[in-house]
Design a protein around this ligand. Structure first.
Ligand code: GN1
Ligand code: MG
Length: 365
């Protein structure tokens, strides 16, 4: 569901004006790419049929990413690390603007540009187990490529980004405040969150002793770039939340986002069906790169990563609904509530499959 979201309001002429400050393209046009929940993203290209240069232009949401320069510096550090270790460039290249800077401030808005990788595509849902394997293999390569990056070099972009207790605290405050008078419309969802809360907090506490590593922190399938012809995964995109975290959350966000043939925006809950073959393929793909690199306890907690990230997402979507939709872009009034329902469906199926899925993880560990 790649709808253009209501408050993605930037005027296309302004987008083209900014684009020209990065690179002049004769008769350029801007197309909105509407898959992210936070940033506004555009493809800038020449006229139809021309072989002109294309690039990706993004308006940075500065109420969430308070220091855009830190995003750029982190991205550059990752690029430099890959280059200095002569590793494959599995991330996109940033582009300078015509004045030689990578961030462009225009009035109160802030922009950056990245290369468009020719012959590449993304998926909003995983269509089959080959793509699941490939996508997870690429996330495994991301883990492996930055294992030896000096972490003191990275800015913390959003502190406590996958700290479940922080999200639960904010959630309880949102319930107390009930600013939009929405509590009565989500009684079942509130109930499910509260039934699971003690167990999820205990799982979360168990993960605290795992090592911190350079993680992507948003490994959903739409953040992996595939070659259009071969369907091989070629890059990991959206590096905004690359920070130190536990690798189980990068695996976990794949569990959350790869398994159903319907994404988090699907409102027909009957379509939110977890596929066992996709779980096996993605687990095989991820562990075929990382099994000799990760500690035993990290591998043991991988399934917990899936449960925790999915539960975290339920709490975040429903919390945002209660706060009257201030964080995620929404297309309609109940969008965040519907997303929370959808993610509860994913979570409940994961809980039902716990025994089988842990066996699969053990098979490839
Ligand atoms: C947000 O905007 P996007 O799609 O890259 C969010 C992630 C969530 C995701 C859910 C900075 O990512 O944490 O998992 O939505 N990013 C931030 O789709 O909060
Ligand atoms: Mg993201």
């Amino acid at each position: 569901m790649a709808n253009i979201q209501a408050h993605y309001g930037t005027n296309m002429n302004d987008v083209l004006d900014i684009a020209q400050q990065f690179r002049y393209i004769e008769s350029a046009k801007a197309t909105r790419l509407a898959s992210g929940n936070i940033q506004e993203t555009f493809l800038i290209s020449g006229p139809e049929g021309s072989n002109d240069f294309k690039f990706i232009l993004q308006k940075i949401n500065t109420s969430i990413f308070l220091n855009p320069e830190h995003l750029i510096e982190n991205h550059q550090r990752l690029e430099k690390h890959l280059a200095s270790e002569k590793r494959e460039l599995i991330i996109p290249r940033l582009m300078k603007n015509l004045e030689g800077s990578m961030v462009l401030h225009q009035g109160s808005s802030c922009w950056r540009a990245q290369e468009f990788v020719p012959q590449s595509r993304t998926f909003e849902q995983v269509p089959n187990s080959d793509i699941a394997f490939e996508g997870a293999f690429m996330v495994g390569q991301f883990t492996a490529s930055f294992l030896d990056l000096d972490p003191t070099n990275l800015h913390t972009i959003i502190p406590e980004f996958h700290n479940l207790k922080r999200y639960l605290n904010e959630f309880h405050l949102a319930i107390e405040a009930d600013v939009a008078n929405r509590l009565s419309s989500c009684a079942d969802e509130l109930n499910r969150i509260s039934e699971l809360e003690t167990a999820m907090v205990a799982l979360f506490e168990n993960t605290r002793s795992l090592p911190n590593r350079v993680c992507h922190n948003d490994t959903k399938i739409s953040n992996i770039l595939f070659d259009m012809k071969s369907n091989k995964a070629i890059k990991v995109i959206d590096l905004d939340t690359v920070m130190l975290e536990k690798v189980i959350f990068d695996y976990g966000d794949m569990v959350r986002s790869f398994l159903c043939l319907a994404d988090e925006n699907e409102t027909d809950i009957s379509k939110v069906v977890v596929r066992d073959d996709i779980f096996e393929a993605m687990t095989k793909g991820y562990l075929s790169v990382t099994k000799s690199l990760l500690e035993k306890n990290e591998k043991r907690e991988l399934f917990s990563g899936g449960l925790l990230i999915t539960y975290e997402q339920v709490v975040r979507f429903l919390g945002d609904y209660l706060r009257n939709d201030t964080y995620y872009h929404t297309d309609y009034a109940n969008h965040n509530l519907d997303r929370a329902k959808n993610q509860i469906r994913v979570l409940d199926q994961l809980l039902e499959r716990e025994v089988e899925f842990i066996k699969i993880i053990e098979k490839y560990s």
